[in-house]
Design a protein around this ligand. Structure first.
Ligand code: KG4
Ligand code: ZN
Length: 349
């Protein structure tokens, strides 16, 4: 019902997120409720993983455990509401790290039981896409989503976000964010790699080095992606420079790598949108925060007459608001509360 408040809890990777979202009236065109973000809070353990070059599951789980209650309290303070104004709890139940998911699911069950509220288990990836509805309203039925995160890279039909996502293609090896993280690691730039490469690339020449565009041949699946060849090409280039005793032009490598990623992602997205007759494209997930991807997508969608929607960078990376949002959309679409035996499912499709 309009006015209902959904609490969202996220703990699938290294960010502990809590968000509070209020349902509004249903949009006549889509039948979906408009959503209002009341407030959200994040705690991150990324600093603790930096020296390992990637997320260490045990460290992430422990950090979630320590951060959960303070993050919850801070989210309520930001939203300016009390817990007796909440109507439902939504929690990420997958995909993600098993131990990390477990902390969020256990916390959500405890809050739901303690406050006598219905509990809903939701999909993290659908949550990424739902983040956009907090800013730009319900997604039209004819929407294509490009989901680009640390673990996934997929093209999806996203019109029935609250009930169903249909996959058109995905990466056959590394995810886009994973490629960013691996390239940052081999350049010695730390973890996570996306933000620092994004920053370094600003001072580089995107045409300096011709890196390969994976799966763009005439016989390749037009909706699938591959980033491991690109990562290897970057590694070979960097090793070659080091072996020759020449300095590695870090900014140029970052800019050229980033250009290759953004080029393939946007070209395939526009092609898929045209093929399925989608008039709206939404880009979601951590890599959607990338400056060049946003810029090139704007240009190419503009040329193709497609409306582009991308959440603000702070809502692209993992957060609790997106989980509250997908929870609200699922509830509005008739989802049933979770079984008390709800657990995390690391491999949730
Ligand atoms: O969606 P997300 O926060 O977590 C997952 O669900 O995986 O995505 C994290 C990924 C990381 O690989 C990170 O390097 C990448 O998103 N990322 C970026 C940027 N900010 C985060 N990649 C490129 N440019 C950015 N500005
Ligand atoms: Zn994510």
């Amino acid at each position: 019902r309009p006015g209902a408040v959904v609490l969202g809890i996220e703990s699938s990777c290294d960010e502990t997120g809590v968000g509070l979202v209020r349902m509004g009236e249903r949009d006549p065109a889509t039948g979906q409720p408009r959503l209002e973000l009341l407030g959200h809070q994040l705690a991150s353990s990324s600093d603790q993983h930096a020296r390992y070059g990637g997320v260490v599951p045990e460290i992430a789980s422990r950090a979630h455990l320590e951060a959960m209650q303070p993050t919850m309290a801070a989210a309520f303070a930001k939203a300016g509401i009390d817990r007796d104004q909440v109507d439902a709890v939504a929690v990420t139940c997958g995909p993600g790290l098993a131990g990390a998911l477990l902390v969020g699911v256990a916390a959500a069950k405890a809050y739901a039981a303690g406050w006598d509220l219905p509990l809903y288990g939701v999909n993290h990836l659908a949550g990424h896409i739902a983040a956009d509805t907090l800013e730009h309203g319900p997604l039209p039925a004819n929407t294509l989503a490009l989901l680009v995160s640390g673990g996934h890279t997929q093209l999806l039909r996203a019109g029935d976000l609250g009930t169903n996502l249909e996959q058109l293609g995905s990466t056959v090896d590394d995810a886009a964010g994973e490629a960013y993280d691996k390239v940052a690691r081999l350049l010695g730039l730390g973890y996570p790699g996306g933000p620092v490469i994004d920053q370094q690339a600003a001072a580089g020449d995107p045409a300096a080095i011709a890196f390969p565009r994976g799966l763009t041949g005439p016989r390749d699946n037009p909706y699938d992606f591959s980033f491991s060849g690109l990562k290897t090409a970057v590694a070979r280039y960097v090793e070659g420079k080091r072996r020759a005793g020449e300095p590695v032009p870090v900014a140029d490598v970052c800019a050229s790598f980033q250009e290759a990623v953004a080029d393939v992602l946007t070209a395939k997205t526009v092609r898929a949108a045209r093929d399925i007759g989608a008039d709206t494209v939404v880009i979601a997930g951590g890599v959607a925060a990338n400056g060049r991807l946003r810029e090139l997508a704007e240009i190419r969608c503009g040329d193709a007459g497609i409306t582009l929607r991308v959440p603000r960078p702070g809502l692209c990376t993992d957060n609790g608001a997106m989980i509250a949002a997908i929870g609200a959309l699922a509830i509005a679409a008739g989802a049933q509360p979770a079984d008390p035996a709800l657990t995390g499912n690391p491999g949730l499709p």
